[in-house]
Design a binder for this molecule. Sequence first.
Ligand code: FES
Length: 107
Amino acid sequence: MIRLCALDDIPENDAIGIRIADGEIMLLRDDGELRAFRNECPHLGIELNFQPDVFLDSDHAYIQCANHGALFQKHDGLCVFGPCQGQSLVAVPVQLVDGAVWLVTSS
Ligand code: FES
């Protein structure tokens, strides 16, 4: 497993990006639940955000792609509006251990 950050580094109802060897993981706290997705929009396969750690729409109701405005549900990453509607962000397995967020790796 790879340590990504402390849970407290992620504001409640907001998201942050953590760089790993092959890209970036978006970590999201959503009503007490921790979610993790690859920072990769299913529309063009590019990163969702223009500014660091800015992944949500203005109401913090959806994950929003800054490129063409696609909106994704926070709980499962499903796109509900935009050019990739019906497609999903790729969920990433993470575990919370002693207040730290760990990426679960296969090796
Ligand atoms: S790249 Fe995300 S909506 Fe187009």
